[in-house]
Design a protein around this ligand. Structure first.
Ligand SMILES: Nc1nc2c(ncn2[C@@H]2O[C@H](COP(=O)(O)OP(=O)(O)OP(=O)(O)O)[C@@H](O)[C@H]2O)c(=O)[nH]1
Ligand SMILES: [Mg+2]
Length: 315
């Protein structure tokens, strides 16, 4: 059976293999995702983001239980851009050791950059499509949300959950970094540590300063480790989902996502092509290699390359 056929029939090894291909940026994975595209669009995509250590993985684990208790299947992708060499193995092992290992309705996978700089976003998108085609009802995507992430979670997921810790200063950092706007649901995690009210007020004050939006992100106080407030987190996600559907925003979000993905796919191919032309037996490539005094003009070379590509019919 083909890999696509095996994946569609529910073969978990086929799914795992396909995701590995995506991670390796193997063109087969892109072909596979394209082939499986008609089988996608059913999964609901939830992004979990927030500063390191705020409890995203623990929350994912707790959410999986709530989702499973409601009879839905779930896929979890933990994206770890910081570990290009281990492929996110440490994080993956931690999360894979969880209690869901034997449940066939749960698929957990971590993804690393594997040395493909800039390829992680593409790999993650492909993995999401693969899980969607595999038939998962809900897909949770965990990413570290500090600073400028190459992976713009809000353009990848339907609902973005932002985790914060009480009294840690990361709420302030988050507000300063302008990350607040991407949240559809706030989770103040580790409520057992105290100080959640102060953090709640900080978020409320910051939101009050911003423009009025049709969706007011709820702030849920929870303890992922103690599994308190997790059902409320899920309710908040579902109410955001209902808002998106009723307002028509789900359609526009998904349209925007397809647009971003097309741009990303074209960019990825263009990058490869540019490298191939520069390394190959082309006029621009030769000029680059023959140059000895380092006085080449990258702007002119880029123009030349684009012209060369156009003359080759863009192939
Ligand atoms: N006290 C307390 N600790 C928690 C809670 N939730 C998570 N933790 C702990 O916080 C630490 C970090 O949790 P993770 O779930 O790994 O956090 P993360 O955001 O996934 O971290 P990275 O993936 O490294 O960015 C772990 O030691 C957890 O056990 C909670 O509700 N209360
Ligand atoms: Mg984590």
């Amino acid at each position: 059976m083909s890999l696509a056929g095996a994946l569609l029939s529910g073969d978990v090894r086929a799914l795992a293999r396909a995701i590995s291909l995506a991670e390796d940026r193997d063109p087969q994975a892109t072909e596979l995702a394209a082939e499986l595209q008609p089988h996608t669009g059913k999964a609901y995509l939830v992004g979990l983001t927030g500063a390191p250590g705020t409890g995203k993985s623990t929350l994912a684990d707790a959410l999986v239980k709530v989702i499973r208790d409601r009879g839905q299947t779930v896929g979890v992708i933990a994206v770890d851009p910081s570990s290009p060499f281990t492929g996110g193995a440490v994080l993956g092992d931690r999360i894979r050791m969880s209690r869901h290992t034997l449940d066939r309705g749960v698929f957990i996978r971590s993804m690393g950059a594997r040395g493909h700089l800039g390829g992680l976003a593409a790999a993650t998108r492909e993995a999401i499509h693969l899980l969607d085609a595999y038939g998962r009802d809900v897909i949770l995507v965990e990413t570290v949300g500090v600073g400028q992430s190459e992976l713009e979670i809000s353009t990848i997921c339907d609902t973005v959950v932002l985790t914060l810790m009480p009294e840690s200063g990361d709420a302030v950092q988050t507000i300063k970094a302008g990350i607040l706007e991407i949240a559809d649901v706030f989770v103040i995690n580790k409520v057992d540590l105290g100080g959640a009210e102060k953090t709640r007020r900080l978020i409320q004050d910051a939101m009050a300063l911003g423009p009025k939006q049709p969706w007011r992100p709820p702030i849920v106080v929870a303890s992922a480790a103690k599994e308190e407030g997790i059902a409320k987190v899920w309710e908040a996600i579902l109410s955001h989902q209902a808002f998106l559907k009723d307002s028509g925003a789900l359609t526009s979000r998904r349209q925007e996502r397809v647009k971003q993905e097309v741009v990303a796919l074209v960019a990825e191919r263009a990058r490869e092509q540019a490298r191939r032309l520069l390394d190959g037996d082309t006029a621009v490539g030769r000029r680059l290699r023959e140059n000895r005094n380092g006085k080449l003009n990258p702007y002119a070379l880029a123009e030349e390359l684009l012209a060369e590509r156009a003359s080759q019919g863009g192939s």
